[in-house]
Design a protein around this ligand. Structure first.
Ligand SMILES: *Cc1c(COP(=O)(O)O)cnc(C)c1O
Length: 480
């Protein structure tokens, strides 16, 4: 090994890397085989984890490194299979995965052009295309954030800095107030806490029966706060709420924001990718009126985690809030190509390449097909549920979250049972007084038959476990 020669030898190092790539391919083959045979892994209870797999780190090199690694890989929950519906991501897009593997191999940091080179172009092209697509003017720009929660954080920071004269230096002195719907993501109050604005200064606006923010309720809350001498500064609208997948109506919310000079952010982490579909982009009508918008390509677009994009109409605010002079870092090339001037991190992994390899290879048409497929699968699921009297549907059209109950079995019990018996990975959620199973049709690698298979697995499980599921009611006993 090169370590023994005392001199750095690129050939020797790459030779070692080739061995690891061989091991990688071997492990990948084993994983693919396992995914085929058993789409849902047998879960290891947390109490047994450290006994089952030797994850311990010792003084000496582990003699069974490969075996342990294999065991670890093969016991990890399988998010790429056709029975994983548990989260707002799923599947494995080969082209996007290739891009991410290459990003790891290249190991650039996106802060400067000097270090990232043409990868800067990859990132800028994605951001420019998205800004143009949603109708932002030439003064727009964006960045890749370490997740949707952080995209929301950055948007709130820009709003705060825009409102306050000198918050960056003096700290917050006014009582700033943020508004978001009761169905929005938990990162909004969390970010308010992190930012020093405070959770208590977040107002949760009521939603209608379909889980959308009620604009009149927003207007009322703003009026009350202004009356009390508080300082409204930020409104978050959601494009795809986490549980129901509902889209807040941007137009009327924007009108209220304009009237009160409030920053409007649209959190499209879950379903903002509808911008790529001619058929579904109407769900975010008025998006061009927002001040900022975020979307997770690792959700609807199916890239590996994480791929979170934040764009804003106001390039200058992105720069004002996130640039810092650093003579040791920014030594060449203008600010426009030194992306560290607009990011929240310093060193930053290349999250753009995986989305670019996908987009470049399938074109925007291909991205549109991905989006449309998910809505199509959701429609198939809703139709199945509507046609089967043992089911109760809680979802609406134009959503890729399909929420339901089966034979009135408590959703939590059903989902946990399916997981523990390694039949199916699906989660549950609540809206108003109802708790239900939430089937997310986000894996566009699935086909209609896979969705029907989902229901079959669930029904078979209930049939063969009727004795253990404590409250199976006949449909006529349903309370709703
Ligand atoms: C997933 C999600 C987020 C958070 O994104 P992360 O990348 O998980 O931090 C924010 N908002 C909504 C609506 C989401 O669905």
């Amino acid at each position: 090994m090169y370590g023994n020669t005392g001199t750095y030898d690129q050939n020797t190092q790459n030779y070692a890397m080739k061995n690891e790539l061989e091991l990688f391919n071997k492990l990948a083959d084993k994983l693919f085989e396992a995914e085929k045979k058993q789409p849902v892994v047998t879960p290891i209870p947390p109490a047994q984890l450290f006994d089952e797999i030797d994850v311990s780190l010792g003084e000496k090199p582990a003699p069974d490194f490969e075996e342990t690694l294999e065991k670890l890989i093969l016991n990890t929950p399988r998010t790429a299979t056709k029975l994983f519906f548990n989260q707002l991501f799923g599947g494995r897009n080969p082209k996007a995965t290739l891009g991410d593997l290459l990003a790891v191999l290249l190991n650039n940091s996106m802060y400067t052009y000097k270090v990232a080179g043409p990868q800067v172009g990859v990132e800028k092209e994605i951001l420019r295309n998205i800004c143009n697509r949603i109708g932002y003017p030439a003064t727009s720009d964006g960045t890749f954030a370490p997740g949707g929660s952080m995209s929301n954080f950055m948007a709130m920071v820009m709003a705060r800095d825009t409102y306050g004269d000198d918050v960056q230096h003096q700290g917050i002195t006014d009582k700033l107030v943020a508004y978001t719907s009761a169905e929005s993501h938990y990162s909004i109050p969390k970010n308010a806490a992190l930012m020093g604005i405070g959770r208590d200064q977040v107002r949760f606006v009521a939603t209608d029966a379909a889980g959308k923010m009620i604009p009149e309720a927003l207007e009322k809350l703003i009026a009350i706060d202004k009356e009390a001498g508080l300082q409204p500064f930020f409104v978050n609208a959601t494009a795809g709420t986490t549980v129901l997948g509902a889209f807040d109506s941007i137009m009327p919310i924007s009108a209220i924001c304009k009237q009160h000079h409030l920053w409007l952010h649209v959190d499209g982490a879950y379903c903002g990718s509808v911008i790529f579909s001619e058929k579904y982009k109407h769900l975010v009508n008025g998006l061009e009126l927002s001040d900022s918008f975020s979307v997770n390509a690792h959700k609807m677009m199916g890239t590996p985690l994480t791929c979170s994009i934040l764009v804003t109409k106001h390039k200058e605010h992105l720069r004002d809030s996130f640039s810092n002079d650093a003579a040791y870092l920014y030594q060449t090339d203008g600010d426009d190509y030194n992306l560290g001037k607009t990011s929240i991190q310093c060193g930053r992994r290349n999250d753009a390449l995986k989305f670019w390899t996908l987009w470049k290879s399938v074109g925007t048409e291909g991205l549109e097909a991905i989006v449309n497929q998910q809505f199509q699968l959701a429609a198939i699921a809703r139709e199945y549920i509507s046609n089967h009297p043992d089911y109760t549907l809680y979802s609406f059209d134009d959503s890729i979250s399909v929420c339901f109950n089966y034979k009135n079995i408590p959703a939590q019990q059903l989902c946990t049972g399916l997981y523990e018996s390694s039949e199916l990975m699906v989660g549950y959620g609540t809206f108003q007084e109802n708790e239900f199973v939430r089937l997310v049709t986000i894996n566009s690698g699935n086909e209609g038959s896979d969705i029907l298979h989902f229901f079959r697995v669930l029904e078979d499980f209930v049939d063969s476990n009727a004795a253990h599921l404590d409250t199976i009611h006949k449909p006529e006993e349903l309370s709703h």
